[in-house]
Design a protein around this ligand. Sequence first.
Ligand code: ATP
Length: 319
Amino acid sequence: MTTAAQPPAGVTVRVPGKINLELVVGPRRDDGYHELATVFHAVSIHDHVTVVRAEEWSVRTTGDLAARVPDDESNLALRAAHALAERHAVEEPVAITIDKQIPVAGGMAGGSADAAAALVACDALWGLGLPREDLVSVAAALGSDVPFLLYGGTAVGSGRGERLAPVLSRGELHWVLWASHDSGLSTAAVYAEADRLRGEATVTEPEPSDDLLVALRTMDTAAVGACLRNDLQQAALSLAPELADVIEAGRELGVEGAVVSGSGPTVAFLVASSAAALDLSVGLAARGPEGDIRRTVGPVMGAQVVGPPVPSGPTLHIG
Ligand code: ATP
């Protein structure tokens, strides 16, 4: 018996957030971006992005963080869907729903993650069948972090972060994330503050550290912890001084390493095991400063279609 499936009426994609194990910020380029060497690491805090066929293009967000996500043309998921439609001359509007769990304006690339998810979801909905490599050029035009969220795992990013090389690693790293309840940091403001703090100092071409790559290959947690580095951290602390208390609290409670993720204000604490993660999250919640405390692991896969798509109608059976 042959089954001719109807095209799906809806597709849901799960996409992780990222932290940066290392973020080396090089000189500011003529186009305003900074030359970067970064080690991206996808962690198990996920948004779910659903696209369904609709009369008109739209986007809405659900969950506690919804009020902080735009529901207009500035939403990165909607921009991604438009960009893919334009590239492939598709004229089929979609309604996008984002179930938001990744902190907003938290330095975890939540908007970029939703853009990557929307590309994967629309590709499946419209039956384009594009390989990930073909989605990357659309992704890179949307934002520097979008290509990484198509792949996930752990990867070195260069250029403005969009050129990727996978990092070999085995096993898992355990993290406790502290995220601000209600306020984020603007990425542009943090870069501007980093430039201000640097003043006239000479900035060399950025390179990822060999020590970190070796530590990841052997999954030596203590060595990874010692290599965590973020050149934007000082700027993030300058704009959000309470982050120093968060980092100090984690260090006092005992961690393998601590780093502000990306442009902040999320702080990532590396610990040795899931039991240590539980201890630390309880300790941080009791000690403060107040924030959203979540246990997570990495690396995890990038944007993936999850579950069977919502069927559009009865399946046609032939023969
Ligand atoms: P990055 O580290 O990539 O610079 P971030 O993680 O600090 O970003 P995002 O969560 O991506 O920050 O949000 C940055 C801003 O982007 C938000 O303040 C919001 O107004 C806007 N935005 C647009 N689309 C989205 C989306 N789908 N999800 C979250 N924020 C979005």
